[in-house]
Design a protein. Structure first.
Length: 137
């Protein structure tokens, strides 16, 4: 599956990080880590803004993390209009911060900072794939 099938709306089909979608199809979320300086990037990058290196390794993100912040969105950008309202969140997984949406049905009332969450792939009705958070069980 190509990058054009990632998320609700893709603006690019070709990218040096397209392996991200392949990993996601297999059920895992991956980031990249700069080999020379050790910075980790999510979303994955193939060029480091710190040391300007391009030697990256793929690292699997732990499926269990902690919720850092969240908000409920009532207005959506192009491609997401049918989905509002939804909860956007930032969670940290072994030091890697991941931005994403919470599973449908959860509201801000169900969430609290520091709570344990998991991240997992989701396939939308139109076949596109992404990932979402949900409370850890
Ligand atoms: Zn670097």
């Amino acid at each position: 599956m190509g990058f054009e099938q990632f998320g609700r709306l893709s603006f690019t089909s070709q990218t040096k990080t397209s392996a991200f979608v392949d990993y996601l199809e297999q059920g895992d979320l991956y980031a990249t880590r700069c080999s020379p300086c050790g910075l980790t990037f999510f979303p994955p990058r193939t060029d480091c803004y710190s040391c300007l290196g391009s030697e990256m390794e793929w690292i699997k993100i732990s499926p269990r993390g902690k919720l850092i912040s969240f908000t409920r969105s009532y207005f959506a950008p192009t491609g997401f209009e049918e989905d509002v309202p939804y909860v956007l969140a930032v969670a940290e997984f072994n030091g890697t911060k991941v931005f994403g949406r919470f599973k449908e049905g959860f509201t801000e009332k169900d969430l609290s900072r520091g709570m344990e969450v998991t991240v997992e792939p989701i396939t939308f009705n139109d076949g596109r794939i992404s990932y979402e958070f949900k409370p850890a069980s």
